[in-house]
Ligand binder design. Structure first.
Ligand SMILES: Cc1cc2nc3c(=O)[nH]c(=O)nc-3n(C[C@H](O)[C@H](O)[C@H](O)COP(=O)(O)OP(=O)(O)OC[C@H]3O[C@@H](n4cnc5c(N)ncnc54)[C@H](O)[C@@H]3O)c2cc1C
Length: 213
């Protein structure tokens, strides 16, 4: 088992329905796209979370949603600044290589892309999905991208593509050749999008995934 180290929470705020932004002092170096294990007590196995801040920030930010029937997240959401959590070392290989790419995310799966974006990395296109615009975390900041597609299954208007991101991708006449596709979110979303991209001509090696299971 990986060793756990204590860190002090510096802030913990709800940012949308059931979504929290947790911040704690940075005591390690990492690359945008990496994950970290977090727990509230050593007796509870750490859960994995993408880091959504940049390697230069003094604090580390984590975007998470509460699972009402989950073990960790209800406890995590009750903690306040000044309290202690336990973390592992950063890990993971969901790293952007700078080649022309589409980034595709739903829910908290936007977190690693926010770290990359805030670190100066940019995709050709970001396809961001959620039920409503409130579920598109950091959408105001991402508006600075030249090609930012907001897909909402239960919202419309205001620059929103009304429908799931799979529908948006399926409607594209063709995919750009020789680009990579970075996918992050639930297993269901990642599998559906990967199958769709392959059906539309992408090759398996062009698709890089991070699955939140
Ligand atoms: C690589 C990676 C990165 C991730 N990054 C993020 C992130 O940035 N943000 C984020 O919010 N989440 C992320 N996750 C998910 C996160 O690790 C946790 O799974 C999530 O926060 C739920 O934790 P929990 O302890 O509250 O729920 P858990 O107690 O782990 O339960 C999760 C769900 O599974 C169900 N469940 C639990 N045990 C069983 C069982 N035995 N049988 C059937 N169902 C069961 C629960 O009812 C609940 O709905 C990531 C996961 C991975 C793998």
């Amino acid at each position: 088992m990986q060793s756990l180290n204590p860190v002090l929470i510096t802030d913990s705020q709800p940012i949308a329905n059931k979504a929290f932004l947790l911040q704690f002092n940075r005591t390690f170096i990492f690359k945008p796209g990496q994950i970290i294990g977090i727990t509230t007590q050593k007796e509870i196995a750490p859960r994995l979370y993408s880091i959504c801040s940049t390697p230069n920030d003094a604090t580390v930010s984590i975007l998470y949603t509460i699972k009402e029937d989950g073990v960790l997240t209800p406890q995590l959401s009750a903690l306040k600044a000044g309290e202690t959590i336990w973390i592992t070392q950063p890990q993971g290989k969901f790293l952007f290589d700078g080649k022309p790419s589409w980034w595709i995310a739903t829910g908290t799966g936007i977190a690693p892309f926010y770290s990359m974006f805030q670190s100066g990395q940019k995709p050709l296109k970001l396809i961001h999905g959620g039920r409503t615009q409130n579920d598109l975390y950091f959408h105001q900041e991402f508006q600075a991208l030249t090609d930012y597609i907001k897909c909402c299954s239960q919202d419309s208007g205001n620059g929103i593509y009304a429908g799931r991101l799979t529908k948006y991708i399926d409607e594209q006449e063709s995919l750009p050749p020789h680009i990579n596709y970075y996918l992050c979110g639930s297993a269901e979303m990642v599998v559906d999008v990967r199958n769709l991209l392959i059906k539309k001509g992408a090759e398996y090696h062009q698709i890089i995934t991070e699955i939140y299971f």
